[in-house]
Design a protein around this ligand. Structure first.
Ligand SMILES: [Zn+2]
Length: 174
């Protein structure tokens, strides 16, 4: 998400000089050449054929000109339990934020109050704010109130675990 000035090199630099291609299309392709297979395939095609088709340009413009998704001002930046107010029903949405071992990126799981399990909520991490994160004590209170382990979502039956809001396995990892 850093917006540093970048030097455009390689095929995207040639695209910039191509009058049929809007500058913002060339810039987007340059910025995403290594992040998006779509961008890299268009650049490869450009190298091969010397031009982009109107359809390809239009497809990039749809991405570039799409309204930016709502992004939290202070994004979630660490693992933990996050709680937000759901404006649709004024209920609490409870999330567990974890870090992917493979990519290192944070992602969010939403607690399904019916099943009591945390389900992966794609893209939701971007709408969570750092200030939505609750302390370990607050998380334990939520676990107690819900009768679940606030770390893994498991239903708690053992009175000691219920009182703690964290299950016997997870307490070892807190
Ligand atoms: Zn647990």
């Amino acid at each position: 998400m850093t917006s540093q000035t970048m030097t455009i090199t390689g095929p995207a630099a040639l695209l910039l000089k191509n009058e049929d291609v809007p500058v913002r299309v060339a810039v987007w392709l340059a910025e995403n050449a290594t992040k998006s297979t779509f961008a890299s395939s268009l650049l490869n095609g450009f190298v091969r054929y010397g031009s982009l088709t109107q359809k390809q340009v239009a497809a990039v413009l749809r991405i570039v000109d799409a309204p930016a998704p709502k992004v939290a001002a202070e994004p979630a930046d660490q693992m933990g339990i996050y709680v937000t107010l759901d404006p649709s029903d004024n209920g609490l949405d409870i999330y567990r934020v974890k870090r992917s071992k493979s990519s290192g990126n944070l992602y969010a799981l939403r607690l399904d109050p019916t099943s009591g399990s945390f389900e992966y909520a794609p893209g939701t991490i971007r709408s969570l704010s750092a200030s939505d994160r609750v302390t370990a004590d607050e998380a334990a209170l939520l676990g107690q109130a819900l009768g679940i382990c606030i770390v893994c979502g498991a239903t708690l039956t053992d009175p000691e675990s219920v009182a703690r809001g964290i299950g016997p396995v997870c307490i070892k990892n807190v």
